[in-house]
Design a protein around this ligand. Sequence first.
Ligand SMILES: N[C@@H](CCC(=O)N[C@@H](CS)C(=O)NCC(=O)O)C(=O)O
Length: 221
Amino acid sequence: MVRLYHVPLSPFCRKVRLCLAEKRIEVDLVEERYWERDPDFMRRSPAGKVPVLKMDDRTMTESAAICEYVEEVHPTPPLIPQDPGGRYEVRRLVSFFDDTFHQQVTAKLLYERVNKKITGQGYPDSGNVKSGARAIKHYLDLMEALLDDRRWLAGDAMTLADFAAAAHLSALDYISDVDWDRVSNVRDWYAKIKSRPAFRGLLADNVPGFPPPPHYADLDF
Ligand SMILES: N[C@@H](CCC(=O)N[C@@H](CS)C(=O)NCC(=O)O)C(=O)O
């Protein structure tokens, strides 16, 4: 049995969910209120973070390492190319979204607007929200330029880089923080990835107190 301890809007958990779903690995999803620091959870994840994946008698943390493990154990369909240049590009983009984009955009918009309320940490800091709103425009423009001459973010095939980016953008889209009209290449890319069967679980998410906007699950958004 494969089990993922997660929270629905976490971009790191979403990336792992997409990766498992694309490889058709069935998973039992367990919501983990990580901020309550349940002792069983802290034993599974000493850093107190989700995702935690239980698979093949292992308990695994850190989404990048988890996705690479899943890729090695279930190589079909491939989400990381074989050639060193291609592998580098996928890893560069995954790190970019999970480090820089996460810090400058996801944390400033999603965590301020949603996570603070859910975890009882008060109200959004308007300075952070403004800075996140500025940064997302800049990064959407960078993605737009990348997609001028690539079908997918890292090249001609869909990879883990697309899932990392889509994990962040889908969580931000859940709170209507992505201006799709600004960037037609990015919009077309997202429409393509959103219509994959692997995305269905994410589109069905519903966080109590934060209903998604109607366009969130609409494939013709
Ligand atoms: N580097 C980790 C980051 C995971 C992470 O930061 N998860 C957040 C949820 S989105 C979390 O559990 N935060 C709890 C905390 O920092 O206390 C990964 O890629 O798995």
